[in-house]
Write a protein that binds this ligand. Structure first.
Ligand SMILES: NC(=O)c1ccc[n+]([C@@H]2O[C@H](COP(=O)([O-])OP(=O)(O)OC[C@H]3O[C@@H](n4cnc5c(N)ncnc54)[C@H](OP(=O)(O)O)[C@@H]3O)[C@@H](O)[C@H]2O)c1
Length: 344
C-alpha cells in the first residue's frame, strides 16, 4: 500500500499498515528532504519523492530515494492519500492512471469519493470501490457512538456539541491562542454522519478552543424507547473501538499520557473514549460525553477501508478484528459481529 505524505495521519498509517498480517507499506512519498523524510528512512520504509525535484533533493541530502510517486504507485495495490486537507484532487489522475484504489482523508470534499466510510458502520460501502473517503476524526467518533444505538434501540434524533482542538500539535499556526473560535451555524459533521448512517436525525454544533490533545463531544440522543442504563453500559462495553472509562474526572492530555505509559506508540488512543459516568438517561433520552484523539482515531478505519477496497469479499467483522489485534487495540470484551456492524 502506497502512503502519500508523512504528516499526522501518514506516519500513523504507515506504521499501522506495517503491523497488519496481510498488508505492507510499499513506500512513503515525501515532498523534500526535511525531518519527515529522515523519519521515513529511519523507520525503514522505502522513501519516494513526490516528483523529480523531490527525488533530487533527497539524493543531495544523502537519503536513498527509491523513485517518484508514479514508481511507488506502479508497485502498489492500493494507495492512502495523507496529504493536507483539500489537496488530493490534484493527485487523483495519477491514482487513476495506476489503476489502484485510493483511500482519501476526511478533509477532502465528499464528492471526490464514491463513498464516505467509517468501517464499524458501513464497511460495505467501501467494498470494491476505487475512491473512498475515510470519515474525519469527529465524524468517526460520533458514528462509533451512534451506530450501535441505532442498530440495537433505534435513534429518533440526536444533538452533539463538539469542543474541538484549534489545531493538531504540529499545526500551531492554525490555532487560536486565546478565546474560543465560534462557528455560529450548524457544523458540517452531521451531514457526514448521515452519509454513513443514512436518515439519522442529527444536529451538530462545534467550536474550537486553544488545545491540541483531543476533541470532546457532548451528546444528547433521543432513543426510540426507554433503555436501562445497564443495557447501555453492556452495549458500549462490547462495542469495538469504544473504550468505556469509569473515572470521575479526566483531561485529554492525561488520556494521552496514560496511553503512552501503556506502551502505545506516540501516546495514541484510537478508541473513542466514552465516560461511563456521563451516561445519563431520562425516559428515552440519553446524555453522554466522549473524548476523541483526532490524530489516531481514523487509523483503524483507514486500514479496514483499504482491505474492503482491495478485497471486496472480505468479512467486515474479521477485518475489524484483524486490524485491532495488529494495532494492539483488541479488547477481550469487544464483540466483532457482522450483524452488529450495519446500522438499520
Ligand atoms: N490531523 C488530524 O487530526 C486528522 C484527523 C482525521 C483526518 N485527517 C485528514 O487526514 C488527511 C491528512 O491530514 P494530516 O493532518 O495528516 O495533514 P498534515 O499533518 O498536514 O500532513 C500532510 C503531509 O502531506 C505532505 N504532502 C503534501 N503534498 C504532498 C505530495 N504531493 N506528496 C507527498 N506528500 C505531500 C505534507 O508535506 P509538507 O510537510 O512538505 O507540506 C505533509 O507531510 C487530511 O485529509 C485531514 O483532513 C486529519
Amino acid at each position: 500500500v502506497a502512503v502519500i505524505g508523512y504528516g499526522v495521519i501518514g506516519r500513523r498509517v504507515a506504521s499501522g499498515l506495517r503491523a497488519q498480517p496481510d498488508m505492507e507499506p510499499a513506500g512513503v512519498v515525501v515532498r523534500g528532504a526535511g525531518p519527515p523524510a529522515i523519519a521515513v528512512a529511519l523507520r525503514g520504509h522505502s522513501l519516494f519523492g513526490s516528483d523529480g525535484r523531490a527525488c533530487d533533493e533527497l539524493a543531495r541530502a544523502g537519503l536513498e530515494c527509491a523513485g517518484d510517486t508514479d514508481d511507488l504507485l506502479a508497485r502498489s495495490g492500493a494507495v492512502v492519500d495523507c496529504g493536507p486537507s483539500r489537496t488530493a484532487e490534484a493527485r487523483l489522475d495519477a491514482y487513476r492512471a495506476a489503476e489502484i484504489p485510493v483511500a482519501l482523508g476526511g478533509g477532502e470534499p465528499a464528492d471526490l469519493a464514491e463513498a464516505t466510510v467509517c468501517s464499524s458502520a458501513n464497511y460495505d460501502d467501501a467494498r470494491g470501490r476505487s475512491v473512498v473517503r475515510v470519515a474525519s476524526c469527529n465524524v468517526t467518533g460520533l458514528v462509533r457512538l451512534l451506530a450501535p444505538l441505532q442498530r440495537h434501540f433505534g435513534v429518533r434524533g440526536a444533538g452533539a456539541a463538539l469542543i474541538r482542538c484549534a489545531a493538531d500539535p504540529n499545526k500551531g499556526s492554525k490555532g487560536v491562542v486565546d478565546g474560543v473560535e465560534l462557528r455560529t451555524a450548524r457544523s458540517h459533521h452531521a451531514e457526514d454522519v448521515r452519509r454513513i448512517i443514512p436518515g439519522i436525525d442529527l444536529h451538530t454544533q462545534a467550536l474550537s478552543v486553544p488545545m491540541t490533545q483531543g476533541h470532546v463531544a457532548m451528546m444528547t440522543i433521543e432513543l426510540s424507547r426507554e433503555v436501562a442504563l445497564d443495557d447501555l453500559v453492556d452495549l458500549y462495553s462490547s462495542t469495538p473501538r469504544v473504550l468505556l472509562d469509569w473515572r470521575e474526572s479526566d483531561s485529554t492530555g492525561a488520556a494521552g499520557a496514560r496511553a503512552a505509559r501503556a506502551g502505545r506508540e506516540r501516546g495514541d488512543w484510537p478508541e473513542v473514549l466514552l465516560y461511563a459516568r456521563s451516561l445519563a438517561t431520562r425516559r428515552a433520552r440519553l446524555h453522554l460525553t466522549a473524548a476523541i484523539h483526532m490524530e489516531s482515531i481514523v487509523i483503524p478505519d483507514t486500514i479496514d477501508c483499504v482491505r474492503a477496497m482491495v478485497d471486496p469479499g472480505s468479512d467486515a467483522a474479521a477485518s475489524l478484528r484483524t486490524t485491532d489485534q495488529a494495532l494492539g487495540l483488541a479488547n477481550p470484551a469487544w464483540r466483532y459481529e457482522s450483524d452488529s456492524l450495519s446500522p438499520t
